[in-house]
Design a protein around this ligand. Structure first.
Ligand code: ADP
Ligand code: ASP
Ligand code: MG
Length: 469
């Protein structure tokens, strides 16, 4: 039996966390036989190594020659402290310290080059931001060896083959499968534990790419698929997927069972606990997915199961994405004109901006959609170019944006069999005088999304959360 276990930033965030993680790995190997570990960069809150690396890169691109040096000092402190706390001097301490030190020196060299060139390409960003994982796996693997396990750090650049869409690269399954099997299966066959970097991958030519922020979860699913694993477990710092973001609402509770569709909607609409792309490789290969808490392993966490079509229980969770804009294209002359929606979204896609929600009034006199706030001006300009003629003829009256809005999404497969849920949601929001700017419901009826003003987000989430039985 093969189990893939992914450990998030906090689970490898300090010497103590790595010790607890090692215990879990040890137990899993005993129970499952073959264990594949995927690890994130060290990420003890508030210091997240990936954020530090990116901060260094961006400041260097802006011409700042000091920040990245301070970041390098901080990186040394975080990693060397973990190494000191875990590895004994007579063992591999010096060796691993040296390897981590080399990554940090390389980070400084790359930042220096970026500063001189004054340019930071997506390719350079991936080379820089992926180093956190390369450092953490080396520490964890060495510690496991020290306590008697045959563990080996493996860079996923050797395993996961992607396109060259840096920062959100797309894996190629056949190539990934064959490379992973050739490299990882022999380790498993001899009882060793591969400790693999999350987040990073490489092009066919071997150039480092990344799978997107939070992408280590996705790495675990890709490797699970490649190795035909029996289960994939995501170890994090909360008791599984919760009824809402525990940082926003204190009495958020863990949800024991969710369907693939429910968890997809939650992940897509802001529940950071799972990267949304993690789900597809698991569904397509019938690989059960669990989310568990490294710091409370006795808790069963959340298990993700196939949708049996008779969901019960109404609302299961509520989530939010902040810092969005709602862009509206409106005009009396739009009615019945074919192709307006296609041209609108074609123009947005051309700018490489993602659309998170779409709503159209049935009169066809307006169409509105939500995009990240920082892309608003770019999108409006693109639409004004696309519809220059229609604007001139006043078929389209205006294209405008409402800034600082949020999408609040309510999820539960059981909502489709339970009439009156939307009514209850709107009633509580109305009682709080929260204005709902737009609404969208997926045809699966598994989620309802509402656009509200940025200032209303916290209240909307906690009021809706109070409706969860
Ligand atoms: P990791 O480094 O383990 O991948 P992340 O920070 O990416 O951890 O994800 C876990 C965090 O997601 C939790 O600490 C929690 O603050 C946040 N979170 C947001 N929404 C939810 C939710 N619905 N359920 C659980 N956690 C959530
Ligand atoms: N370390 C990466 C990030 O912070 C990937 C991950 O944690 O999943 O985005
Ligand atoms: Mg994460």
């Amino acid at each position: 039996m093969t189990l893939v276990m992914k450990f998030g930033g906090t689970s490898v965030g300090s010497a103590q966390a790595m010790r607890e993680t090692a215990v879990l790995i040890q137990q899993a190997q005993k129970e499952w036989g073959s264990v594949v570990v995927v690890a994130s960069a060290m990420g003890s809150k508030p210091v997240k190594v990936t954020d530090l690396l990116l901060r260094g890169a961006y400041s260097a691109a802006a011409g700042d020659g000091e920040t990245y040096k301070r970041v390098a000092d901080e990186l040394r402190q975080v990693h060397f402290e973990a190494i000191d706390g875990l590895l004994i001097p007579e063992g591999e301490r010096q060796q691993i310290m040296g390897e981590n030190g080399q990554f940090i020196s390389r980070f400084e060299d790359l930042c220096q080059a970026v500063r001189v060139l004054g340019e930071l390409t997506p390719r350079a960003l991936d080379a820089i931001s992926g180093m956190g994982e390369q450092m953490s796996v080396r520490i964890l693997a060495a510690y496991l060896r020290q306590i008697g396990f045959a563990a080996e750090a493996v860079d996923a650049t050797e395993l996961i083959v992607t396109d060259n869409n840096f920062q959100a690269a797309m894996p190629s399954l056949p190539r990934t499968k064959s490379k992973t099997r050739v490299r990882v299966q022999p380790l498993l066959d001899k009882g060793a534990i591969p400790i693999i970097t999350g987040f990073i991958a490489a092009t066919e030519q071997g150039i480092t790419t990344t799978l997107g922020r939070g992408g280590s979860d996705y790495s675990a699913a890709i490797l699970g698929q490649a190795l035909q694993a029996d289960e994939v477990w995501i170890w994090t710092d909360v008791d599984g997927v919760m009824t809402t973001d525990p940082r926003l609402v204190q009495n958020a509770r863990s949800i024991p069972v969710l369907t693939y569709r429910e968890v997809s909607e939650l992940a897509y609409y802001g529940a950071k606990v799972l990267h949304p792309k993690t789900i597809r490789p698991c569904i397509e290969n019938d690989i059960p997915l669990r989310i568990k808490n490294t710091f409370n392993p006795a808790h069963s966490g959340t298990v993700i199961v196939p949708d049996d079509g008779n969901g019960k229980g109404g609302i299961k969770a509520v989530t939010a994405i902040k810092h969005l804009s709602l862009i509206t294209v409106e005009g009396k002359g739009m009615m019945g004109v074919p192709g307006i929606a296609a041209r609108t979204f074609g123009a947005v896609a051309h700018e490489d901006v993602s659309v998170l929600l779409i709503s159209q009034a049935s009169s066809e006199q307006s169409i509105c959609f939500a995009t990240p706030d920082e892309s608003t001006e770019q999108v409006i300009q693109a639409l004004e170019r696309e519809f220059a003629k229609e604007l001139q003829r006043q078929d389209i009256d205006r294209i405008w944006a409402q800034h600082d809005v949020s999408i609040v999404t309510v999820v539960g497969a059981g909502m489709r069999g339970t009439p009156g849920i939307a009514g209850r949601i709107f009633t509580v929001l109305g009682a709080q005088e929260t204005n709902i700017i737009a609404i969208a419901q997926g045809s699966s009826e598994c989620s309802i999304s509402m656009v509200v003003g940025g200032d209303d987000t916290g209240t909307a989430v906690s009021e809706i959360h109070a409706l969860i039985a």
